[in-house]
Design a protein around this ligand. Structure first.
Ligand code: SF4
Ligand code: SF4
Length: 132
């Protein structure tokens, strides 16, 4: 999953911006996992966090209620954390990779730092290459 070299420099600052501004990503698998994790029925999870199931032939998707900030976000001691971290949706695990490493949408400070550090390292590697 983390093959982009910028991950090496990425350290989440726990500012909460992605979870506040984007909110909970919508995947059917996530609703099932959340239901198992919270020990509540799937229909309750859908009603509370997703709106309704939209059927489309053989597949189904969850209607995006655009609930923001994400209801699973908590703030403690000035830092944000995810209360379902171990089962957080795929989009959360991949963030900020899916936003061109923070270059689109939310201003992610960790992505900004990672991009800068990566640029510095690349420039230094280029310089060492030129010196040979
Ligand atoms: S599930 Fe967790 S990581 Fe994903 S948006 Fe909500 S609080 Fe953030
Ligand atoms: S915006 Fe970036 S630094 Fe802030 S919580 Fe999200 S991933 Fe972490």
């Amino acid at each position: 999953m983390k093959h982009d070299p910028r991950w090496e420099f990425f350290k989440c600052q726990r500012c909460g911006r992605c979870c506040i501004e984007i909110g909970l990503p919508y995947y059917a698998e996530s609703a099932i996992e959340i239901s198992q994790f919270l020990k509540i029925s799937l229909s309750e999870v859908i009603e509370r966090y997703y709106g309704k199931v939209v059927e489309n032939g053989k597949t189904f998707r969850l209607q995006d209620k655009k609930g923001k900030p994400c209801p699973f976000l908590r703030k403690e001691g000035g830092k944000y954390s995810c209360t379902i971290y171990h089962i957080r949706p795929y989009g959360c695990k991949m963030y900020p990779l899916e936003t061109d490493f923070g270059c689109q949408g939310v201003d992610c400070p960790a992505a900004r730092i990672a991009n800068e550090e990566f640029e510095k390292k690349s420039a230094s590697a280029d310089w060492q290459e030129d010196e040979r």
